[in-house]
Each structure stands twice: as C-alpha cells, then as structure tokens.
Ligand binder design. Structure first.
Ligand code: PSU
Ligand code: MN
Length: 308
C-alpha cells in the first residue's frame, strides 16, 4: 500500500512494480542550487543520464501538497523557473507544506524520505549538507546527516563542499553509524575538488561491491543509509587553493549579511558561482551527471542481487 501522501509517476510506478532499477533525484538542487535555465537543462540531462545507464529516474518534490517521485517536464520547469519562491523542504517542513497543499523542493533529507516511502533504495545528488564551519557556536548541522542515520537509502554524492567543516561532518557520520564509501578513492572528496585531506571509511572500486555492501547492511537490519563518495572527474575539478579562498570570501559575506539557517547553503552556492565567473556551476553540473551515472550502475547491480 502506497502512503496516501505519495504520488508516483506512471514510469516510476511501473519500474518499481517490475522490480527494475530506479534512482531518486532531489529538487532543492533545481530550485535553490542552480540558476534558471541551467537548472532545468541539468535536471533533464541528469534524468537522461540515469536512463542511458539502464535505470529509471525519479525526481522528487512536493507538488500541490503531494510527495512526488517522478516529475513531468512541466513540473521540473515550475521548480526551475520559480526557484527560490519554492520553499526548500527538509524533514521538518514536510507536514506543514503537505497539509497546506503547497509546493516544496526536497533536500537530501526529504528526498530520502520520499524515496523510502516509494521503495527506492538509491539516490544520486551533488553534495550533501553537513556540519557547518562554526557549528560549535551556531549548532548548524544539516538534517541530511540525521536522515542518513535513520532512513535506509544510499546517497551518491561528490562529498561535501568545504563551506562545511568536513572533519566534523565525518565525525558526526561515524557517531551515527553511517558508512562512508569512497568509489575508487581513499580520500573524501570536497565537491569542487577530488581531495579534502580526510579519508573515507572504505574504498570500493565497483558498483557491484557497493550493491553488496548495501544488501548486507540492510539484511543485518541496521537502520539508516550509506554515503557513497564519488569524486568529480579529474578534468572538471577546480583548483583547491582558489576554491578555499573563494569559499572564505563567500562565508565572510554571508556572515556580514547575517544569513543563517536554511538560507545559507543557497546563498553560498550563488555567491561562489559569481566569484568563479560560472566555473563552479559547470563543475557542479558535471559532478551531478557523474553521480547520476554511478547511482544508476549501483541501482542496476542492487536489483540483480535482490533477484539472485
Ligand atoms: N549542497 C550542494 N548543493 C545543494 C545542496 C547542498 O552542493 O543544492 C542542498 C541539498 O538539497 C542539501 C541541502 O540537502 O542543500 C542542505 O541544506 P541544509 O544545510 O540547510 O540542510
Ligand atoms: Mn542548516
């Protein structure tokens, strides 16, 4: 029985019924993470990438008070065009937006919730939220981390941006029992760059081994997800020192303007894009496509193992 608040596109419903691989995708990245029309173009290209790799894409959002897995092109257009007019919806926002019949752009946390309700195990995105720099004072820790601790969905990301405190983010995940798997890498990637100076917990070099780890974790009845770190392809990574300077400048400006809470990540993303003359956006797009590809490969491998 499907949850009464959830609605699946016919493509997603059929794929799930036939036990075919499905990859969940988020929508905060569309409404708050990239400018129009690049956001819509990218969202559609990400869906195509998932399809080309043999899985069905399920872009998630809240439309008119319904949790959606699988959006029409028109719905993706609305999210992209309306941008920041669409509320950024994390776990705490769901009940309000649904009960008011509103739209919402789902974060990593809430996309995991939608995926889980729909029966989707694999989710690909750009970067996850984490423990912010200065969190010892602000207590700004993304709800994405708690979600990884409790909801059984694997999240493929290019690590996390160094707008966050990556060391504390990894400590938090360890405390919560969330395995951090590096796909063909030993270091946790820092989104725009392949390296961060922090190690992953385990390196795995194939989608099949990752699918095996997921199956094993969930067979054990261990709750929560797995974070799969997939570094941005070499040719698209940005210079680490330049990014560190740029991020410091963006953080200083956010501080000056008193930007806080859920507004901070979108603010920093837009600022970094401006400061890098759009190069951060190009890298962002490429790493999302790269994650969509790996997400689909893992979903295909996971499906095979479920049927074996
Ligand atoms: N990191 C990015 N791009 C994004 C986000 C994070 O590089 O678009 C979005 C994701 O949706 C993530 C959310 O779940 O920001 C985290 O926001 P917060 O820190 O407010 O929980
Ligand atoms: Mn936050």
């Amino acid at each position: 029985m499907l949850n009464p608040h959830l609605s699946l596109s016919s493509e997603v419903r059929t794929a799930l019924q036939e036990n075919r691989p499905v990859v969940a995708l988020e929508s905060t990245i569309i409404a708050h993470g990239m400018p129009y029309p690049k956001n819509v173009e990218t969202a559609l290209l990400v869906e195509k990438t998932v399809r080309d790799a043999g899985a069905t894409p399920a872009t998630c959002a809240i439309i008119g008070g319904k949790l959606m897995a699988g959006l029409s092109i028109a719905e993706i257009e609305i999210l992209g065009k309306e941008g920041s007019n669409i509320p950024k919806a994390s776990r705490r926002d769901l009940a309000y937006l649904l009960s008011q019949g509103k739209h919402g752009a789902t974060t990593v946390a809430s996309t995991m919730i939608v995926a889980h309700l729909a029966g989707i195990r694999i989710f690909a995105t750009g970067g996850i939220g984490g423990v912010h720099r200065g969190a010892t004072i602000t207590m700004d820790i993304s709800a994405d981390l708690q979600e990884l601790a409790q909801t059984p969905v694997a999240v493929v990301s290019a690590g996390a941006k160094s707008i966050l405190d990556l060391g504390l983010t990894l400590e938090y995940l360890e405390t919560m029992g969330v395995p951090v798997v590096g796909y063909r890498c030993e270091e946790f990637p820092a989104f725009y760059t392949r390296r961060s100076g922090f190690g992953v917990d385990f390196r795995l070099d194939s989608a099949s081994e990752i699918a095996n780890l997921l199956k094993t974790k969930w067979e054990l009845g261990l709750r929560g997800g797995v974070l799969i770190a997939n570094p941005v392809p070499e040719e698209y990574q940005l210079d680490a020192n330049w990014m560190e300077k740029t991020i410091a400048e963006a953080l200083a400006e956010a501080d000056q303007q008193g930007i806080r809470g859920k507004a901070i990540t979108p603010f920093l993303l837009a600022k970094i894009e401006k400061l890098t003359g759009g190069r951060s956006l190009q890298t962002n797009i490429e790493l999302v496509l790269n994650n969509a590809r790996l997400g689909a490969e893992i979903a295909v491998a996971f499906c095979l193992k479920q049927q074996a």
